[in-house]
Design a protein. Sequence first.
Lengths: 433, 803
Amino acid sequence: MRRDFLKRCAVAGLGLTVPHKTLSATDEKLELPPYEGPYYLVFNASGGWDTTCLMDPKGTGRINRLYTKDQILTHGIHRFAPTAQHKEKGLSNEDFYNEFGNEMLVLNGLDYSVNNHSPCSRYMATGKLDSLAYPTFAALVAACQGASCPLSFLTFGNYSATGNLVAKARVPYLSSLKRIANSDSIEGNSKSPYHDDFALDRIEQALQQQQKDRAAQTRLPRRRHAENMLYSAQLNSKALRRVTPHIPKQIPKARLAQQAEIALASFKAGVCVSANLSIGQFDSHANNDADQMRLIPEFLEGIAYALHRAEELQIRNKVVVIVQSEMGRTPDYNKGNGKDHWSIGSIVFLGAGIEGNRVIGETNEQQFALPLDPKTLKTVDDNGIRVRPEHIHQALRQFAGIADHAYSQQFPLGVKKSERLTNLWENPANNPE
Amino acid sequence: MLTANRILTSVESCLLAAFCIFVTPVAARVACASEPVSCPAIDDKEFDRFFSDELWPKVGRAECVKCHKLAGDAEDTRFLLKDLSRLTKKERPAALRANQDAFVRMAHQQYEGLSLLLVKASGGKDHGGQEVLKPGTARYQILQNFVRRSSDPNSPAGAASVSAVDPESLFEGIAMLEDHRVLRRATLSLAGRLPTKEELESLAERPSIQVTKVGVPNIASAASKRIAFVGILDKMLCEEAFYKRLREGFNDIFLTVGVDGNPDQTVLSYEHFDKTRGWYQKYDLSHIADEKERREAGYKLAREYRAALLGEPMRLVEHIVRNDRPFTEIVTANYIMVTPYTARGYGCFDELKERFKNTDDAFEYIPVRLKALQGRRESENQDSRTGFYPHAGLLSTFQYLSRYPTTETNRNRLRARMYYEHFLGVDVLELAARVSDAAAVTAKFENPTMQASECVVCHKTLDPVAGLFRNFWRFDRNSALYGKREEGWFTDMFDTGFEGTALPQSDQWRALQWLGEQTAADPRFARTMVGHAYYLLTGRRPLLPPQSLDDPFYDARSQAYHAQQHEIDAIVTSFAAAKFNFKIAIKDWVLSDYYRADGLTKPVDSPERMAALDDIGIVRLLSPEQLERKVTAIFGRPSGRLQGQTTMLYGGIDSKEVTERAVDPSGAMGAIQRTLANDVACRNVALDFSRKKTERILFPDIEPDAVPGESAATDQKIRAAIIHLHQHVLGRVDDEASIEVMRTFDLFAGVIADAHKSGRFEETEKWSCRQGLEKPVPDPQYTVRAWRAVLTYLLRQHEFLYE
């Protein structure tokens, strides 16, 4: 049945080309309506974070040298490692949990199945280990909910495949946003357009007519796809002018904050659906503790910065945050005081539609994942599942309301119904209806 | 202390990849196990086809051969297969037959009433690779069919029928570009220019034909045309612009300009070049009196020195191609390329200065064999039996080793992984299969990479090659690249060597040279280089075989894959016959249907057919560098709009963090396209009208006083001007009555009409658009601005922005 469906999609052009919204001639002078959320921010701790230094503390000498078991802290339901004494810069776990703990949903004991950067990054980002074709969740949700947005899927690094569903936009600097905001004006000065309005309108109309004519012609799939993407990119780029009012006068220095500003300004302008934010160097094969204590506080500070700015821009209630890494670190220190790759880790969610102050899943004292009952979300001795990225992605697709979208069906995750994480996003006990 | 090495994306302690069929020695309960099992004589072409088209690609190649091959984890079992990817086209049929026989032998062995082949594949009878095929899955069914048919060749193929697609027919119904358009595509892509009049004329003299595999109408004409085309290509591939494109294209693959930090410190190590690498700091610039100028000259010196260092690996590629040397030298060349500046850094300038034409030219590269490295301490001196550095093409360059560094725990595995990807076309991490509990596997074994079958499957291949980099075992910034591990190389890794062949003791000092020799002799090398040529021309890597049998378009994708492999085989043959002259690979691709395919001759309503054609056609979004060259070729000067930050914004790469070029335009790129079109039109329309007619590029046969609607003759003149613009800017040859010419005419006329309707407009172009004119160009009728609108429209089109 799925095969038939996909075949029908292919005939209709889905999967081979992106069916962008084609504006009519009457619409031509209008601007693309702003996308109004929800907005998805995916934070990546690239290189593999040490979850025992954050949301899955152990406190035993073999696993953690920075603190002991009795020093593990709590906030509501959460248990976390103390870092205030160990960090030099950035935000401590204490401060982060204090501010956001009530909103945070943590899933511990996530099984990445493999422990190499490249496949792990791919798996974590797409929910599919054995394919190079799958889109990341950020790209998929952008394609499903706002493919026409000029910066629909922004990426600043990490695995960013799109499955040919949507273009990935790289905007490395805030100043770049200004540069592209008024592309029909000389040196970006809106008071000095290249063409008189009537001439520009004629150009747009001619391009639109050409696109329409060509769409009706017989074309090779690649050519058809490329022409659609090109037309859409140019037409919708006009909406970028809405971004400039939201670019801050002061450009922050921190790398994650800079990325967040670009993403948030684009969200606020309604030209972006999702953004992949990333900082690297978590791969702490030598001196694990020093590295993690430098990077985790920087990472948390970046997330907090994004949430504060979202508040200021009045879009905080529409922002969904996913915080992840492609792997964890081993329970043991190696000879260089580092930690190597570990296939068990954690993921954090917070924001619009996510019930916080919750921890799902766990690892044992040796940092092995415990099986989970997907219905009750409790750890069990047997008959549970190992929660893997495809389970998370299936849940994310459900959460975003795109699980049944043609694009999602084009990239199935193969999670059995019985294995789906029921009630991951909200606790039914708190929401009896 | 933190080192930059730790940020690398690496192959670490455990590679958990695909499971395989490990056949342990057959036990007593297995029927006939004590006797040698002979191969049953099955002479059935249908059965052979079932094996070659169905079982082998979907089961044998996809799963079994990963381990059941020489140097594989199951090499000690009776079920030993031949890895076809390591064989030449000529050798493959016999090897495929041998594999078929091996499968048949296994199929006929019984274990508890079932074929041992099925038992092992499903994880029974202590199969080392555990469960490879789940009973009931499509792959398992194919194996079941094979087992049944191996006993009864007349039994039906079953549900999983033999694929009926024919790779040869892929290009049926595909419209091919005419010769002059292929030529334009090639000259712009490879030489950054438009075809010359002479080149076009030399093609036009011969009747136009379609060089397709299907229905070539006139063999003599085709041959004549081909000769003419090859002649043009031969000359084109000697142009300087081609070598620039070659360097750029290969850097997209090897990324060697992306070395971290200042290359005079990261490429040239303190341990071996401390006295020479900073030569520029003491360089005598006292002849420059002005202090500011002197300082600027110093900066320029350093900048060019560093750029020259980073450029060395790609200049090696260029040197090999330029001099028609065997392309195998990219792994075997016993020299590197140095310039007067970098020679100073290496400390060999005085010996070489007579060989340079201009010792002040930072970028004059010559081939040089370095002497063996001398360390600050004797222990850091390089082993060498010849007194020279044992160069091995790119492999042993400091840039390649710096770009792909190692760490204490990585143990050169990243380098081995990149080696496989770059030179043998194998991505060892591409499709790692899941493990039921990877953490448990890691914890269970003392040394998982040598003990856990899930890890061994890749490490047995990867680790021996990692060991070949053993003499480059330094990873502290500012220390060195060359250096041995004090305790000797790791004993908890598979022995150093290459795919089952151990590194001879006598070659240890030249281990990378030895690897280069093995590589050059491996058929995968030539295939990979032909694949690189394809990447250079299309921006895409060759297709991978389809993986999922559940994919409704599996057969279609398989057809596309096999057709492309067929073409690659043909090009590999001529590449090898030409002693690995890389230009042959480029030329053969350009002459192939893959480079010419441009459209469909009739509508296609079959989704399978559309899926098979999914990758056909060049249709490549031009990179910022390519686009800038195209602007220069068409308008005689660059736009200047695709530099600095904009390069990255327009999908470019920095060879460090951003290493993949954009394939589809985002809205941000769409905005840049608008700016580019607006600006290039602004700076070229009035300028062109200000030139003498004979020197004009865009408007050689029309003046701004030609207003549409004045007369039929004027309208015809305007249409002719439009046809010229379409041809010059877009490479399109349109008829006067074509819809495209009509549309452009309507745009031109419409803009002028709107201007007049508006009642009032300036009688000159905008100030910004009349800079640098050779003489004033008044615009009383708004025609200059209308032509600018036309050019803007053309520059925003697919034909201009894509290849």
